[in-house]
Design a protein around this ligand. Structure first.
Ligand code: NAD
Length: 483
């Protein structure tokens, strides 16, 4: 089995198929956003790799799907224990591979990965089948494991998002084939290695590395796959959706966002401005970020002054340093993509209020604020996925809601107000799957998670994801009394 030393951590660089490490003759390289240094050469799966992984997952499903709920939950808790034990290694490798702030990984995101498995282990053990009497029958809804599930994840928060998607698929009793993103494949390899110690039967958990259009496309086209769950861009979701349709396979898609960040006159302006500046967190590579600042016109200047104050305090630097707030973007292609949006905005007459340039000799991009010439500007209507926010004003609540709902996306929204009544009224009118009032990102993992419009199909979280990964069966037994 091939391995590579990454910052002192030994990382497997092959696929994990049927409980064995499997190589590919072709490799692709992953590089670090810090200095663009070469990190590892990873197995580049092809159609044969995808077929072998599905073969293994079909076998693995027979064993894993037959485990009792308690046994499954034990294995998931053991995996969570192992994740906690390898916290620092996972955190460091993810930081080197993707550029995520090391301290955030170490303190929050690896732990969240473990919590994802624990949450689903607990949900399946606490679950009781819905049972009721009607039409002279005892009715019961049962969940049956659906079969092999393909889990495809993006590069921006690889470990946390992978665990979030893998946990319900496995908890439901499905075998999985995980295809992580080619820009940040390493933490998935560490996770796969931990599954070997956790007690999964061979083939229940498979990892396939490679390029989306190659091995990813082959996986989703295989008719033996019974669930596809995807997080990534709407463009890729269209391809995967076509493959899912061809095989009549249920498919969830968690896609991009263009979240409105609404600031009303009665808001705690400093708290709102502080949080607005923190939308630059993770260099804006966050689907949930509130990237469209929509501010009540009469408080715009005061808000902007406070926003600049907080944004000025953000430190761009090496994600391994404790003092760093803003890390480099994940990839030079992505830096160029982000800058392309800003350059086109400048050319189209949008006003660059701050930032607007890549930082020399690094992949950092200046935290940027743009005042668009119109609501139709590309920077308002398209997800940039970098540290670029727009600033617009509204005259009243109706206009605020109209602007909030004026893109094709509908993943998240933030509302900043001190009025409970307004929070509920505007919250109900905004078209988004997740709406935060005076806070951001904090979430109970049993709540539904997902987007409207081109932000996604279906919901993850709690029982919503377990239902998706199951075939629901209604059992109807004629009541004794009616015999
Ligand atoms: P992407 O769509 O380019 O790639 C995502 C994954 O799909 C990768 O693993 C890639 O290899 C794979 N892929 C690409 N083409 C494929 C194909 N034809 N068949 C099968 N798999 C294929 O997305 P990305 O650039 O990695 O991620 C960024 C996007 O993800 C942004 O739009 C962001 O908003 C979104 N995102 C959404 C959420 C959410 O929960 N809604 C969370 C994080 C990221």
């Amino acid at each position: 089995m091939a391995r590579q030393d990454v910052g002192g951590v030994s990382v497997p660089t092959d696929h994990l198929i049927g409980g064995e490490w499997v190589s590919s003759p072709r490799r692709f390289e992953t590089r670090s956003p810090m200095g663009w240094e070469h990190l590892a050469d990873i197995a580049r799966g092809d159609e044969a790799t995808a077929a072998a992984a599905v073969d293994a997952a079909v076998v693995g499903f027979q064993a894993w799907g037959a485990f009792s709920v308690e046994h499954r939950a034990d294995v998931l808790h053991r995996l969570a224990d192992l994740i906690e034990a390898y916290n620092d290694e996972i955190a460091l490798v993810e930081t080197l591979d993707m550029g995520f702030l090391y301290e955030s990984m170490k303190q929050r995101l690896v732990a969240r990965g473990a919590l994802n498995f624990r949450t689903y282990a607990d949900l399946i053990t606490e679950h009781e089948n819905h049972t009721w009497d009607a039409k002279s029958m005892r009715n019961q809804v049962q969940r049956m494991p659906a079969g092999p599930a393909v889990v495809i994840t993006p590069w921006n928060a690889p470990f946390m998002l992978s665990t979030w998607k893998l946990a319900p698929a496995l908890a439901a009793g499905n075998s999985v084939i995980h295809k992580p993103a080619e820009w940040s494949p390493l933490s998935a390899a560490l996770l796969a290695e931990l599954t070997l110690e956790a007690g999964f039967p061979p083939g229940a958990y498979n990892l396939v590395q490679g390029i989306g259009e190659e091995v990813g496309a082959a996986l989703v086209a295989d008719p033996r796959v019974r669930r596809i769950t995807f997080t990534g861009s709407p463009e890729t979701a269209r391809h995967i959706g076509r493959a899912a349709a061809a095989n009549i396979v249920p498919f969830t898609a968690e896609l991009g966002g263009k979240g409105p960040f609404l600031v009303f006159a009665d808001a705690d302006l400093d708290a709102a401005a502080h949080r607005a500046a923190w939308q630059f967190d993770d260099s804006g590579q966050v689907c949930l970020a509130g990237t469209r600042l929509l501010v009540y016109a009469e408080v715009r200047d005061e808000f902007l002054e406070r926003f600049h104050h907080h944004a000025d305090a953000l430190v761009l630097g090496d994600p391994r340093d404790l003092t760093t707030d803003i890390a480099p973007l994940a990839h030079p292609d992505h830096r160029d993509r982000v800058h392309g949006f800003v350059e086109r905005a400048r050319a189209a007459g949008d006003v660059i209020v701050r930032g607007g340039q890549p930082v020399k000799n690094s992949l950092h991009y200046e935290p940027t604020l743009i005042q668009p010439a119109s609501n139709d500007s590309e920077v308002v209507q398209r997800e940039i996925f970098g540290p670029v926010l727009t600033l617009q004003t509204f005259a009243d609540e109706d206009e605020a809601i109209a602007l909030a709902n004026s893109t094709d996306y509908g993943l998240s929204a933030q509302i900043w107000t001190s009025s409970q009544i307004r929070a509920e009224r505007v919250g109900a009118a905004v078209r988004a799957g997740l709406v935060w009032v005076n806070t951001f990102l904090v979430r109970d993992l049993t709540a539904p998670f997902g987007g409207c419009g081109i932000s996604g199909i279906g919901r993850e979280g709690g029982d919503y994801a377990l239902d998706f990964h199951s075939d629901l069966k209604t059992l109807m037994i004629l009541d004794d009394s009616t015999k």
